[in-house]
Design a protein around this ligand. Structure first.
Ligand code: HEC
Ligand code: HEC
Length: 382
């Protein structure tokens, strides 16, 4: 009997220890029950609260950029659901980024990162872009690693936080540890408190207005096709498969057609930049539709100011630009997805759809203290 008792106690302790050492449970336990799978984690970067806490400070710290002008949070600000409100972001030296900033919410569910780099799967890899890229410079860390590490190491706050997060390491002040910490923090940003979530998963029947419910029916209808591309819990997982039954993740939605051969502006040609396959011109990853209330302007280049404008593009089956340097009829783009055909809906239905899209916005995200700037009292470090 006593032996059995000890075995039970031993198993209990061993199993719990396992949980702690795996670490991802710490992260995953903060996701609501209705989304327990479908995420991707870097098994090398075991999640700990200490790393995420340190990462939060680093995420908000402008000293990580060469001239102390940009933190990650400059282009990924909480008030905009971790985007920046610009059409295209500006780097440390003021150069325009190729793209509109992306919301850093629920990113562990993303199979691919960025709008068109099909080689990037994990934030632990993507983070090299903002830190080290030179076309354009975003944070300008390249060649300035020692300088920036010294700055961080000199701060007593970081001496304490690094020692706690990387207990066993003699010199924890490395670029690698900075990257592991920041990515731990951004992976912990979850946003599942929209009226849509409350209606659909928490059985709050009055969470959506009648107009939003009508918009929802349109969104999921076969005549509009929205959910075929914007599927899954984050509205960014397509149902579309190729002939080998592999999921297709990138689509051309007919926004440009510069040369009538499917051309997109030369500074950004989408998936083509990575594959060099001309059929991939203008193909982009399907973006999440969560938190659109905070993330405008829209599309990969911020070229649509409002959701009205976005929806009109779909109604027309693409975008016809009839003057200026980007002139061309996107509706006739050769690479356009056959699912973007255009459709007719009434002006009331148009409003219903926009209202539905807005119901996917979680207004707790922009005030959640867990994600807020920890330096907020210290103007110099923001
Ligand atoms: C100069 C502005 C700027 C700075 C600074 C910046 N980012 Fe970004 N970030 C962007 C833009 C623009 C994109 C979209 C890139 C694309 O689609 O090609 C992006 C995309 C991302 C993505 C991909 C998200 C997704 O769902 O695909 C992650 C992750 C990310 N940034 C993390 C960070 C981190 C961490 C830092 C700080 C180390 C940082 N960013 C600093 C502008 C910035
Ligand atoms: C063929 C796949 C596909 C279909 C169908 C589709 N979308 Fe999209 N959607 C995309 C892609 C890809 C983008 C990004 C395009 C870009 O940036 O160039 C996008 C972008 C958007 C955006 C802008 C999001 C942002 O943050 O910039 C909204 C809003 C949107 N779609 C809503 C809809 C609605 C509503 C429907 C149905 C009427 C729909 N989509 C149908 C693939 C699709």
């Amino acid at each position: 009997m006593r032996v059995l008792f000890f075995i039970v106690i031993f198993l209990y302790v061993a199993l719990n220890a396992c949980h702690v050492s795996v670490g991802k449970d710490n992260l995953v336990s903060s996701i609501p029950d209705f989304v327990k799978d479908g995420f991707y984690l870097d098994t090398q970067n075991t999640f700990t609260n200490a790393k995420a806490e340190l990462g939060k400070y680093l995420f908000y710290d402008r000293r990580l950029s060469v001239n102390k002008t940009k933190a990650c949070a400059t282009c990924h600000a909480q008030e905009f659901s971790f985007t920046d409100g610009y059409q295209r972001s500006a780097g440390a030296f003021g150069d325009l980024h190729q793209r509109n900033s992306k919301p850093l919410i629920n990113i562990i569910f993303n199979r691919y990162l960025t709008a068109s780099d099909s080689s990037l799967h994990l934030p632990e890899k993507q983070i090299n872009n903002p830190m080290f890229s030179t076309h354009p410079v975003e944070m300008g860390m390249k060649g300035n690693e020692e300088l920036i590490l010294k700055r961080i190491q000199a701060d007593t706050l970081y001496q304490r936080l690094f020692a706690v997060a990387f207990k066993k390491e003699k010199n924890p002040f490395t670029i690698f540890n900075i990257q592991q910490s920041i990515t731990s923090f951004i992976k912990s940003i979850f946003s599942f408190n929209s009226p849509y979530d409350n209606f659909n998963f928490r059985n709050k029947h009055d969470a959506l207005t009648e107009s939003q419910q009508n918009g929802m029916k349109l969104f999921f209808s076969d005549s509009l096709n929205c959910s075929k591309c914007h599927g899954g819990i984050n509205f960014n997982t397509p149902e579309i498969k190729d002939i080998k039954r592999n999921r297709i993740d990138y689509f051309n939605t007919g926004l440009y057609n510069l040369d009538s051969l499917g051309g997109y502006p030369s500074y950004d040609e989408g998936l083509y930049e990575h594959t060099k396959n001309k059929n991939d011109k203008g193909k982009y990853l399907v973006p999440t539709l969560r938190n659109l209330a905070f993330t405008g302007p829209y599309f990969h280049d911020g070229s649509a100011r409002t959701l009205d404008e976005v929806l009109r593009v779909y109604e027309e089956g693409g975008r016809n630009i009839d003057s200026g340097i980007y002139r061309g009829d996107g509706r006739r783009n050769v690479n356009k997805s056959p699912l973007i055909n255009g459709f007719r809906i009434s002006s009331q239905q148009h409003r219903d759809m926009v209202n539905f899209l807005l119901s996917l916005s979680d207004s707790t995200i922009i005030i959640n203290p867990n994600y807020a700037n920890p330096f907020i009292d210290d103007e110099t470090k923001r």
